[in-house]
Design a binder for this molecule. Structure first.
Ligand code: ZN
Ligand code: ZN
Length: 125
């Protein structure tokens, strides 16, 4: 399936790439408004869904059930504290090579992967 990227999708990708972390659809909607890129919330959701299916955005669900989006380029992983909710970003990707192996052995095009670690942070344990 080769979908054409719409103008709205292009703007969303642009914003996501400029961000350090991930963002919820609601915050993304506000961010777009701040940049004078007025887009309805429904369009934001629809565009994010389309981009997800194209493998251009990554979705992560937080412990409060909220979905946050980020651009695929950021292959980043987190250490999340189950007590205070602090999320520490780790720089290296421990499964980068595994991804290539799986693509070969299963003939599967991997868009992205998720990997998270949970436990107690320095202040909580
Ligand atoms: Zn903590
Ligand atoms: Zn990774």
């Amino acid at each position: 399936m080769k979908a054409q990227r719409t103008r709205s999708q292009g703007k969303i990708i642009e914003v996501l790439k400029g961000l350090k972390g991930s963002i919820s659809a609601q915050d993304l909607y506000i961010e777009l408004r701040n940049r004078n890129q007025n887009m309805g919330l429904a369009t934001v959701y629809r565009s994010l869904e389309a981009l997800k299916l194209q493998g251009q955005v990554q979705v992560r669900t937080l412990s409060n059930g909220e979905s946050v989006y980020s651009s695929i380029q950021s292959d980043r992983h987190h250490l999340t504290c189950v007590n205070c909710g602090t999320s520490i970003q780790i720089d290296e990707c421990p499964v980068h090579d595994l991804e290539h192996q799986l693509e070969k052995s299963h003939k599967f095009k991997v868009y992205y992967h998720t990997l998270e670690f949970f436990g107690l942070c320095d202040r909580c344990h």
